[in-house]
Ligand binder design. Structure first.
Ligand code: PLP
Length: 461
């Protein structure tokens, strides 16, 4: 129907389907959803306004939405094995909004919030502010201080509303030292402590962080936006029942369409519900809640546990395979679905390398690294993740192939290190060697999931 009614949008959609089929996404925060999740997201549920909560809406006609949302809440509680007095909110439009709703519910403006430092793997919505003065940034690195009290540029709304204290990894290990985190908490007395982020490859010790929070009388929020599917599939530890509140996105490892879930005890959830509405949002996106409900149903099946565990096996294997190819991996590996490649000893750094890899059909993103002074516009790190390629059915053997392609791309690009970004992009665009790798990537991808022919039903895991 779209083809006839709006051929322009249809053509763009077909190009995007082809891109997703031909290339391999190694972006740690991305995944692809089942046809059933996509059918639910594209359904009539998007037509309905339903401000309020189950059984107490501001609009009439919500009997089916009530049933749907209750099912989502029940499935979330079952999947994450919440304690008896806990429940879920599934209405936040995104992970960032879920976090904001928690802050609105649990803090007053001016309170202190303590979170992981963004360049060490935290998240913008945990209060990021940036220091534009390069000499101050360098001095901060040299000092070796494990605390960051924010920069002049208040990037995220939260950095304007709250006092933000961020804890850093140790310079040698690039790991958090919980005794040091505790000292920081004792000194700054935060109202809320947050763990979680986008680029920390190792497990977080939730129980130790609970102790830190208890020592200073803080509430504890565990943001498992990235790891939600791994927690559900018991591939990593769970903070449920340990932290006071758990937030997550549903579209990363959880593979349940876009949105977010908040878990907490019934007392706190009441406040958080009011943080979301009227504090932050209007009507819930019911079509997304429908997608989440279907995705949670899929995650409750035994195959999902196999999937989550394979995601981690693949990431560990990819890290080892890249090390064999001569790449340095931050913390020498990973406990979960993502890994960080340190490109400081390579001819091409993160942003440029990610661009060149994309020309070869491997979609990745550049990232800052802990304790690194490379410029934020071309950071030295490359973040890789295995959720999407594992959904396509790939295993360790394919991780070896991907690692060897990454090495080949670096070899091809090694003589381009002195070029400007524009010259480098032209070179990469014209390279027959990169095009040959892109063809091989696409050929491998056809064995795993074929959008046009099978509509993604060929998912192996
Ligand atoms: C740790 C963490 N929290 C929150 C978010 C925000 O999620 P969203 O992009 O849905 O706002 C992300 C997204 O990458 C994340 O990694």
């Amino acid at each position: 129907m779209l083809k006839q009614s709006d051929p322009e949008v249809y053509a763009i959609l077909k190009k995007e389907e082809k891109r997703q089929q031909d290339k391999l996404s190694l972006i740690a925060s991305e995944n692809c959803f089942s046809p059933s999740v996509r059918e639910a997201v594209g359904s009539v549920f998007s037509h309905k306004y339903s401000e309020g909560n189950v059984g107490e809406r501001y609009y009439e006609g919500n009997e089916n939405i009530d049933q749907l949302e209750q099912l989502a809440i029940d499935r979330a509680c079952q999947l994450f094995k919440v304690p008896k007095d806990w429940t879920a909110n599934v209405q936040a439009l995104s992970g960032s909004n879920a976090n904001l709703a928690v802050y609105l519910a649990l803090m007053e403006a001016g309170d202190t919030l303590m979170s992981m430092y963004l360049p060490d793997g935290g998240h913008l919505s945990h209060g990021w502010s940036f220091e534009p003065d390069e000499s101050k940034r360098k001095a901060d690195l040299v000092s070796g201080s494990l605390v960051y009290l924010g920069g002049k540029r208040k990037v995220h709304l939260t950095s304007r509303l709250y006092k933000v204290v961020q804890y850093k990894t140790e310079p040698q290990t690039k790991l958090f030292n919980y005794d040091e985190v505790e000292k920081i908490a004792v000194k700054y007395k935060p109202r809320l402590i947050i763990t979680g982020g986008t680029a920390y490859p190792r497990n977080i010790d939730y129980r130790r962080m609970r102790e830190v929070a208890d020592r200073v009388g803080a509430l504890y929020l565990a943001d498992i936006a990235h790891e939600a599917g791994l927690v559900a599939g018991r591939a990593v530890r769970s903070p449920v029942g340990v932290a006071d509140v758990v937030t997550m996105t549903t579209h990363k490892t959880l593979r349940a369409g876009r949105g977010a879930i908040i878990l907490a005890d019934k007392g706190l959830i009441g406040k958080i519900n009011r943080g979301l509405l009227p504090g932050l949002q209007g009507g819930p996106h019911n079509h997304n809640i429908a997608g989440i409900t279907v995705g949670l149903g899929e995650a409750l099946r035994p195959e999902f546990t196999k999937y989550a565990q394979q995601v981690v096996k693949n990431a560990k294997h990819l890290a080892k395979a890249l090390e064999k190819q001569g790449f340095k991996i931050v913390t020498k590996g990973t406990d979960k679905h993502l890994l960080l490649v340190d490109l400081n000893d390579q001819p091409i750094l993160g942003k440029n390398f990610a661009f060149i890899l994309d020309e070869a059909g491997l979609v990745t993103n550049a990232t800052t690294l802990p304790w690194d002074s490379s410029p934020p516009r071309n950071p030295a790190g490359l973040r890789l993740g295995t959720p999407w390629v594992t959904t396509r059915g790939m295993k360790e053997k394919e991780m070896d192939i991907i690692a060897s392609w990454i090495k080949q791309v670096m070899n091809i690009a090694s003589s381009w290190s002195k070029l400007t970004s524009q010259e480098l992009e032209e070179k990469a665009g014209a390279s027959m060697e990169l095009k040959n790798i892109a063809r091989a990537v696409s050929k491998l991808g056809r064995n795993f999931m074929d959008f046009p022919k099978k509509g993604m039903v060929a998912r192996a895991i």
